[in-house]
Design a binder for this molecule. Structure first.
Ligand SMILES: Cc1cc2nc3c(=O)[nH]c(=O)nc-3n(C[C@H](O)[C@H](O)[C@H](O)COP(=O)(O)O)c2cc1C
Length: 165
C-alpha cells in the first residue's frame, strides 16, 4: 500500500511536518509519497491520504481546501487523516482547538480517521513584507514552536488507521 502525504504551505513549516510524518510511516513499513497539493495529486492512485495545511487568518490554505473539495468523493472512500500547522496551536489557552480545522472539517462533510492541530513556526524572515503588518496586528508570538516528537507520535498512531480499508 502507498499513502499520499500532501501539504499546503506558505513558509515551509507544514512541509517539515509532512516530511516527518512520511518518514515515521515509512519506518513503520508504510510506503509514502510526499507531494505538494499545488501539484494536484490524484488520491485514487493511493490507498490512504494524509493532508496537512498551514493556517492563515483562521482558515486552511486555499489550495488545500480546493483540492479537498475537488477530490471529496475519493477522499471519503479511503482512510484520510488531516492536520493543521499554525501559530496558535502552541497556545495552551486554545486547548489545541483550531477554528481553521473546524471550518475545514465542516466543508469536508465526513470525519477523517484522525485530526490533529500542530504548532508550526512564525519566523519573520520567511514571511512576505506585505503580510508582516497584518501578522504584527494579530500579535502572534514569533518563534519555532514545532514539536517533532509529537508529530512522530501521531504518525505512529496513524499507521494502523491508514491501513484499514
Ligand atoms: C499572514 C499570516 C496569517 C496567519 N494567521 C494565523 C491564524 O489565524 N492563526 C494561527 O494560529 N496562526 C496564524 N499564522 C501563523 C501560521 O499558521 C504559522 O506560521 C504556520 O507555521 C504556517 O505554516 P506554513 O509555514 O506551512 O505556511 C499566520 C501567519 C501568517 C504569515
Amino acid at each position: 500500500m502507498t499513502v499520499l502525504v500532501t501539504y499546503a504551505t506558505h513558509s515551509g513549516a507544514t512541509l517539515t511536518l509532512a516530511e516527518t510524518i512520511a518518514e515515521t510511516l515509512t519506518a513503520a513499513g508504510v510506503a509514502t509519497e510526499v507531494v505538494d497539493v499545488n501539484e494536484g495529486p490524484d488520491p485514487s492512485r493511493y490507498d490512504a491520504v494524509v493532508l496537512g495545511t498551514g493556517v492563515r487568518i483562521d482558515a486552511a490554505e486555499k489550495p488545500a481546501t480546493n483540492w479537498a473539495k475537488t477530490h471529496r468523493e475519493q477522499l471519503s472512500s479511503r482512510p484520510m487523516a488531516f492536520f493543521t500547522c499554525s501559530g496558535s496551536a502552541a497556545d495552551p489557552a486554545k486547548g489545541g482547538r483550531q477554528k481553521a480545522a473546524d471550518a475545514f472539517l465542516e466543508m469536508l462533510g465526513f470525519s477523517p480517521v484522525a485530526v490533529k492541530n500542530f504548532p508550526g513556526w512564525v519566523i519573520m524572515d520567511k514571511i512576505p513584507v506585505h503580510e508582516l503588518l497584518l501578522l504584527k496586528s494579530m500579535r502572534t508570538p514569533t518563534g519555532d514552536f514545532r514539536d517533532l516528537d509529537a508529530v512522530r507520535d501521531w504518525a505512529q498512531e496513524l499507521a494502523p488507521l491508514l491501513r484499514k480499508n
